[in-house]
Ligand binder design. Structure first.
Ligand code: ISL
Length: 561
């Protein structure tokens, strides 16, 4: 399994209020104790930090905010010494506008690097097409010096690279090789399915009342993306013997495309991050509008991905990352009574599936959303721009605030909660983003040695994956898919069967699992006093009760609760 660190919010060693490499080094023991195989580090490269490091101005240096290359090398050595691997974030759909490549590109139309980015003339005195930026407004910005627009799918300070240009691709390959030579073990590739845009950059289908519209189908899984990834695999990894990890972050990717990207026979990527289950309760045209949570739809979505990549390709499994609200507040129940049980139950149903599980910092503690109150509480540029956009358009400010509180990326980015004391032990200075007040009781110190904690449950889930091949290889058959409260499925290999079942609600439920499971053994439960065997009267589940049973082995060597 993979553990994601968002360095800015993980641990601060120098008191400037921003997490850093020194802080990570001090806290590696926590990650190791969880049983982590691979660490994915969100960007630590040199960056103006407009998008917290997803705007890179030098791919071959560490931002002074986070430390130095020497510190990075030390950290990598220590990660390896502990038997873990380290995966870097590769952000190459775009650079920062302060990257020397862009500075040169914008300097004149004749500059050799002009074509490294996407420049276009105005169309009838306005933007070249109607594409919206993910961060509000147009995806184009006018540049006075040379009298053309440049493309940026994200912020105007994140210009898109032109992947059609072979020199750009070569520069990316060289950068990757440079990090592999330093010893890193692979890459998580930011919005990598956006790198090939549809020829001619045609308008997206207009939406009444919107000047700029989402144009996903004009650049997601575009015409040459598979060629580019196959080429990258050949050029960067082809001559190396070691095993590397490649994960493509792919908003809008379909199951059919994901199969192509991750089919080992095609040699592109090991796995992709898909987003279908992350938009399940968001309105189609506005991610900040809550459209109601439908557990059946959530289950069906993840099960559909399980089925689609069952015999070719490979899934990644995640509830959280630095762009998503906290799962226990989102799909769980963060009330005092059910907070721990629901955090564990959600972990159970995710980690029981087929694929590689990812845990985002703090998820292993059941960290919750932040109690945002006012617009000033948000610092993420996506949130700030959204709020401004709603106000400028005369929209409902209170509704916008409620949507932001629920879905804002800042929910994921509040500092890691290490201790009950000042600033949760994250920093001795002033934290760059407020610490969640619930750190007084929700923190690592309170959990790591407590056998009943969310942390202990995550550790048990991770240990099970290392011990039970059926969790890795077994196929998956959903049970009671139409049930709005029970999430259950069976994993099976030739010799072993595993039943994963969770009651995703407060009301008690009894389910009839059938006589086949009466002989099964409990290997993991999330509530005290869970009976060791299923009763003949059925499986009686308390609120947010989650269990894993195994069958087909005489005895199970390492029983964990
Ligand atoms: O935030 C989102 C989830 O709803 C997406 O719109 C997100 O921007 C998208 O998934 C791409 O994310 C990645 O690239 C962005 C960066 O801001 C995100 O942090 C990163 O994960 C641009 O580099």
């Amino acid at each position: 399994m993979v553990y994601q660190i968002y360095p800015r919010s993980f641990a601060d060693s120098d008191g400037d209020g921003i997490g850093d490499l020194g802080g990570i080094a001090q806290r590696l023991g926590h990650i190791h104790a969880l049983g982590v195989d691979v660490i994915w580090l969100s960007p630590v490269y040199r960056s103006p930090q407009v998008d917290n490091g997803y705007d890179i101005s030098d791919y071959r240096d560490i931002d002074p905010l986070f430390g130095t290359l020497a510190q990075f090398d030390e950290l990598l050595t220590e990660v390896h010494r502990l038997g873990m691997k380290l995966v870097m974030d590769l952000v190459v759909n775009h650079t920062s506008d302060e990257h020397p490549w862009f500075v040169e590109s914008r300097s004149s139309r004749e500059h050799p690097k002009r074509d490294w980015y996407v420049w276009r003339d105005a169309r009838e005195g306005a933007e070249p097409n109607n594409w919206a930026s993910f961060f509000s407004g147009s995806a184009w910005t006018w540049d006075d010096t040379t009298g053309q627009y440049y493309l940026h799918l994200f912020d105007r300070r994140q210009p898109d690279l032109n992947w059609e240009n072979p020199e750009v691709r070569k520069a990316v390959h060289d950068t990757m090789s440079w990090w592999l030579d330093r010893g890193v073990d692979g890459f998580r590739m930011d919005v990598i399915n956006f790198i090939s845009k549809v020829d001619g950059l045609p308008d997206a289908r207009p939406v009444p009342g919107q000047r700029f519209v989402s144009a996903l189908d004009r650049f997601a899984d575009g015409p040459r993306v598979h060629d580019y990834l196959a080429e990258m695999r050949r050029e960067v990894f082809g001559s190396r013997d070691a095993e590397f990890i490649t994960v493509g972050e792919m908003p809008g990717v379909t199951t059919e495309q994901a199969r192509l990207y991750t089919d080992p026979a095609r040699g592109e990527l090991d796995m992709v991050f898909q987003f279908e289950h992350m938009s399940i309760e968001q309105a189609p045209n506005d991610k900040y509008v809550f459209a109601g949570l439908d557990l059946v739809a959530l289950k069906k979505s993840l099960h559909r991905w399980q089925a689609a990549l069952a015999d070719a390709g490979w899934n990644s499994l995640y509830w959280n990352n630095h762009d998503q609200p906290r799962v226990v507040s989102r799909f769980g129940d963060d009330s005092p009574e059910y907070w721990a049980a629901s955090a564990k139950a959600l972990g159970t149903v995710l980690h029981g599936m087929r694929g590689t599980p990812f845990v985002y910092q703090g998820e292993e503690l059941g960290m919750t959303n932040f109690p945002f109150r006012s617009a000033q509480d948000f610092v993420d540029l996506e949130a700030v721009n959204y709020h401004r956009g709603v106000l400028d358009g005369g929209g409902d400010a209170a509704a916008a605030l409620a949507g932001l509180a629920h879905f804002s990326r800042d929910n994921a980015r509040t500092p890691m909660q290490w201790e009950p004391g000042p600033n949760a032990g994250f920093t001795t200075g002033e934290p760059w983003l407020a610490v969640n007040p619930n750190h007084s009781w929700l923190n690592a110190a309170a959990q790591v040695d407590d056998g009943d904690s969310v942390f202990a449950h995550y550790r048990a889930l991770i240990r099970l994956r290392h011990e039970l091949p059926v969790l890795v290889d077994g196929d998956l058959t959903p049970l009671w898919e139409e049930d709005p409260q029970i999430w259950a499925y069976v994993r099976r290999t030739a010799g072993t069967a595993l039943l994963v079942v969770a009651n995703c609600g407060r009301d008690r439920r009894t389910v009839d699992v059938g006589p086949e499971w009466l002989t099964a053994e409990l290997v993991l439960g999330n509530l005290a006093g869970t009976p060791a065997a299923i009763e003949s009267t059925g499986l009686h589940l308390g609120g947010w009760d989650a269990r894993i049973y195994v069958k087909g082995r005489q005895s199970y060597p390492n029983q964990v609760r």
